[in-house]
Ligand binder design. Structure first.
Ligand SMILES: NC(=O)C1=CN([C@@H]2O[C@H](COP(=O)(O)OP(=O)(O)OC[C@H]3O[C@@H](n4cnc5c(N)ncnc54)[C@H](OP(=O)(O)O)[C@@H]3O)[C@@H](O)[C@H]2O)C=CC1
Ligand SMILES: O=C(O)CCC(=O)C(=O)O
Ligand SMILES: [Mg+2]
Length: 742
């Protein structure tokens, strides 16, 4: 066991990375005074790309910090603060590569259609950093996400605005009725460990190995399912017709980042059907310039300059004609004409559906106004939960943050559980046949018939994480004296296997007096919503996907944002992973920052994670000072909420940097006032004094820079000096903080 208490703070992307440039020096200063080391590890998209090409980059090679952290997460010493990072779609990945090349990094281009081994190797390396490539690597434990009592109390006292709901709303969720993953899933639990392979056998009897060397453990639950892209295309066509007939926006909600193999294909089917006339008419020209519908219609616009003027104009005119015939489509940015079908990473279901529900069931139309929408979520596995919320809001009106209860979550996610670990076992088949999962002796574990174009997906859920999850659920139910509901659907093959395990493992625990139930997702949602309206709390105990969906949905309804969530991952090996908030890296905030030098990112998630991390260190290493820091930070966090020192949204107001100043002031005051450690109190007394006495000057220095554009020298890899000077504009504050850092 290492004896030095240490925090590993991750450097990531976009808004949380910008915020880090201001917050981290403060954290380093305070931690240092208590003898806690803070180190950084760079897991940004840029760093992850660079780490793939050590030989090519020579002297500028970058070490693979993500691999190191992934390894550390399996040891008891891990104490990692993980901020949100970009899970890159192909368009984002290409933009990042271009930026790094322009900064002089000798990276190879992204091979669109690799034609030799070298190109295939480059493509595979880029493939490793694509999509959700970070979280599954670090998540060696299950998830415990909740709104701390102080945050909930604050939200009740200062309720955020919720759009009114009308019973006349035409908004609804549309899903397939067959031919989807839900309908085809089969599942089994392994009696013995084995090394499996996935094989495709075509109609001609020829067999091809899709994946080999797949290690499976005893007790592991595996499942396989197929989605028909032909049925999906028919479904999309019907929804386009229906959206038009009903006069609602067509809006598609997927998770192309986490589900990085399947969902871009589903997205591509929708793009192809929506723009069908134009894309079919110009099929040859578009194939010639390498357009890929899976990357969105934005990919077409990016490639148009390769065509001659006349062809370009013809394509543009035909796309315009499509819009005239189709239902209106939900917009991501109406000013710039960016639609829901532009880039697969712009509309991510966990954040986009709650936003729609918060906004009266509307999405933005081309005029930038809210309009009722058809939310298309093709697969039935989870779509129904959102329809249940919509029905509830139509019947009972919007939820009231001042009175509503809370739905915390205990999520099964350790060791790449379920769908979120399936991308290396997901394939699109070019021909009809059968896909089989075979054990080492050649016995068929799972089998699915496929048609050409179908997507086959296999998932794994290991036994130890399931046991740990059940235990976590019971602990949380006991600690918070709150009913807990396992959201599992007895009619789904995978869930049926899980239900059997949950029932068995619950017997290992003392559940006397606890209210623990198992309900299907839709029933669980209805049950939780009814309690929520009565002001009652209900723990949601879910698999990995619902963990993701619900930990944005409920916080956004209850608190207005998932940024204020406490998001702990007790690692199964004994370490701690402290995620910050439950949302993403907020690209919109970066646009505002570079245009107006105003950052509205709320770092409360980081503050909460830090307090939990110091507390973890205190417990693990018996480090009393870390506990003093944690307690003082808790007090500071409560004051940030009480005194409303979170960032506002507009120039001239307190932004992210200002909220960090108050954190430093309140934290220093709490340390100066505490009596558990006199030496620390003495150390921080002058710091607190300086931050109080200079408050007006510091706030002026922080606000007077706002309003104009700011250059940070890069989007995916900003220039550290430029970023630091932009994010630390107060010389007075810096002098105090740098004094602490030594
Ligand atoms: N844990 C992780 O690493 C996660 C990463 N992602 C990645 O994040 C990127 C963007 O995803 P997206 O689906 O747009 O979701 P985001 O959560 O990044 O953004 C949705 C909106 O949520 C609000 N928001 C989220 N966090 C904060 C915060 N701390 N302070 C203030 N507001 C906040 C903002 O709304 P407003 O501006 O209106 O205030 C923001 O525009 C993608 O690359 C995605 O892959 C997504 C989820 C989790
Ligand atoms: O890793 C990702 O891409 C997103 C993770 C996420 O949305 C979540 O865990 O809430
Ligand atoms: Mg999420």
């Amino acid at each position: 066991m290492s004896t030095t208490p240490k925090i590993l703070y991750t450097l990531t992307d976009e808004a949380p990375y910008l915020a880090t440039a201001s917050l981290l020096p403060i954290v380093e200063g305070f931690a240092r005074a208590a003898g806690v080391a803070v180190e950084t590890r760079d897991i940004s998209l840029a760093a992850r790309i660079l780490a793939q090409f050590p030989a090519e980059l020579g002297e500028r090679a970058v070490k693979d910090d993500l691999a190191e952290l992934g390894q550390l997460a399996t040891t008891p010493d891990a104490n990692i603060i993980k901020l949100p990072n970009i899970s890159a779609s192909v368009p984002q990945l290409k933009a990042a590569i271009r930026e790094l090349q322009a900064q002089g990094f000798a990276l190879p281009d992204y091979p669109e259609e690799p034609s030799n081994d070298a190109e295939r190797d480059v493509r595979a390396r880029y493939g490793r950093v694509m999509g959700s490539a970070v979280n599954p690597v670090l998540r060696e434990g299950n998830s415990d996400r909740r709104a701390p009592a102080s945050v909930k109390a604050y939200a009740r006292k200062h309720p955020h605005r919720m759009g009114k709901w009308s019973s006349e709303s035409k908004s609804h969720v549309a899903h397939m009725d067959g031919g989807d993953f839900y309908g085809s899933e089969t599942s089994t639990t392994l009696a013995n460990a084995t090394t499996a392979r996935i094989e495709f056998t075509g109609a001609d009897g020829a067999t091809r190995v899709l994946k080999d060397g797949l290690k499976l453990q005893a007790g592991e639950v595996i499942d396989a399912a197929v989605l028909s892209t032909t049925k999906l295309a028919q479904f999309i066509d019907a929804q386009l017709e229906d959206a038009k007939a009903q006069g609602v926006l067509f809006s598609l909600h997927l998770k192309a980042t986490m589900m990085k193999v399947s969902d871009p294909i589903l997205f591509g089917v929708a793009v192809k059907r929506f723009y069908r006339e134009a894309l079919e008419k110009h099929a040859d020209a578009l194939a010639g310039i390498g357009f890929d519908a899976n990357n969105g219609i934005g990919d077409l616009y990016a490639r148009l300059p390769q065509l001659d003027e006349a062809t370009r104009a013809a394509i543009e005119a035909d796309i315009k004609a499509v819009y005239a015939n189709r239902p209106a489509v939900a917009m991501v940015n109406s000013d710039k004409g960016i639609t829901n079908l532009h880039v697969p990473s712009d509309v991510i279901v966990d954040a986009s559906m709650p936003a729609m529900i918060r906004d009266s069931g509307g999405m933005w139309n081309a005029e930038g106004k809210l309009q009722d929408a058809k939310a298309v979520i093709p697969d039935r596995s989870y779509a129904g939960i959102y329809q249940a919320v919509i029905e509830d809001c139509k019947a009972n009106g919007a939820f009231d943050p001042a009175t509503m209860g809370s739905v915390p979550n205990v999520g099964l996610m350790a060791q790449k559980a379920e769908e979120y670990g399936s991308h290396d076992k997901t394939f699109q088949l070019e021909a009809a046949g059968t896909v089989r999962v075979l054990d080492a002796d050649g016995n068929v574990l799972l089998s699915q018939a496929v048609e050409a174009g179908d997507i086959f997906r296999m998932c794994q859920t290991k036994d130890a994480p399931i046991r740990d999850w059940v235990q976590l659920a019971v602990n949380r139910a006991r600690l918070s004296n709150t009913p807990a509901v396992f959201w599992l659907d007895a009619n789904r093959a995978h869930d049926a296997q899980l239900i059997a395990k949950v029932e068995r493992y619950l017997k290992d625990h003392d559940t006397a007096g606890l209210d623990i139930r198992i309900l299907s997702p839709v029933e669980a949602m209805k049950f939780s919503l009814a309690r929520l309206r009565r002001g009652e709390d209900t723990i949601s105990v879910t698999g990995n996907v619902l963990r993701d969906y619900l930990t944005d949905l409920f916080p956004i309804m209850e608190l207005g944002t998932s940024a204020k969530m406490l998001s702990i991952v007790p690692l199964m090996a004994g370490g701690g992973l402290f995620e910050t908030g439950a949302g993403g890296s907020a690209p919109k905030h970066v646009q505002q920052f570079t245009a107006e030098n105003y950052l509205r990112w709320d770092s409360l998630g980081e503050f909460l994670a830090l307090a939990a991390s110091f507390e973890h260190l205190a417990n693990r290493y018996g480090n009393a000072r870390a506990q003093v820091l944690a307690d003082a930070l808790d007090a500071a966090n409560a004051r940030i909420l009480d005194e409303n020192r979170s960032p506002a949204r507009k120039v001239g107001e307190l932004d992210n940097r200002g909220s960090h100043f108050y954190l430093a002031q309140y934290w220093a005051q709490a340390l100066a006032q505490q009596t558990a450690d006199a030496e620390l109190a003495q150390r921080f007394a002058p710091v607190a004094k300086a931050l109080v006495e200079n408050e007006a000057t510091i706030l002026r220095e922080l606000v007077e820079v706002q309003g104009g554009p700011v250059d940070i020298g890069g989007y995916y890899k900003p220039d550290t000096a430029k970023l630091s000077s932009a994010m630390r504009p107060s010389a007075t504050l810096n002098a105090v903080i740098d004094g602490l850092r030594g």
